[in-house]
Design a protein. Structure first.
Length: 177
């Protein structure tokens, strides 16, 4: 199992796009990683489909205020407009992302999730992709925004939307070694 012994944090909150949580999480679980849901929402959170329809609820394993970057080998930031917008306004979530980035370990963000990279001061000078509506936000934050299915720039992995999940999942698995 290529990811055996690796711990992966998934940072999300209410309104996460369900497939952007479950697809990468299943891929990493299948590769032998231990995946953990980190969130400011406790004890459970509501996922959505297409930013509108209620999907499943998920248990939160660790409150973001208690999460420590040193406990994880990779951070995954699923999208969903409501999820991403809420997280970028949550001080503890932004601090966790900023502290995780400082470790140099990989951070993967899909769809609207790169918004929190802007808030954490991590977009400037980086080559990133995202859902198309974030293009100007990322460019205004100093990023080199490109329209590609997955972009790897150092320790940052970004992807556009659920249609790119296969490429995104491969990139995050590769990042775990």
């Amino acid at each position: 199992m290529p990811a055996s012994g690796k711990n992966v944090a998934f940072l999300l909150t209410k309104g996460v796009e369900q497939i952007e949580l479950t697809s990468p999480r299943d891929a990493l679980d299948d590769a032998g990683a231990t995946t953990v849901v980190v969130s400011p929402s406790t004890p459970t959170l509501q996922a959505l489909e297409n930013d509108w329809d209620h999907a499943d609820t998920f248990a939160v394993d660790v409150a973001v205020a208690e999460a420590k970057p040193e406990d994880y080998d990779l951070l995954v930031l699923p999208g969903g407009t409501l999820n991403a917008d809420s997280l970028r306004l949550d001080d503890a979530a932004v601090a966790f992302v900023r502290d995780f980035l400082a470790t140099g370990k990989p951070v993967a963000a899909i769809c609207h999730a790169p918004w929190i990279l802007v808030q954490a001061g991590a977009a400037s000078g980086r080559r990133l992709t995202s859902y198309p509506s974030l293009e100007h936000d990322l460019r205004n934050a100093g990023a080199d925004w490109v329209d590609e299915e997955v972009v790897v720039d150092g320790n940052l992995i970004t992807s556009r939307d659920p249609g790119d999940l296969d490429a995104f999942n491969r990139a995050i698995a590769d990042a775990l070694g």
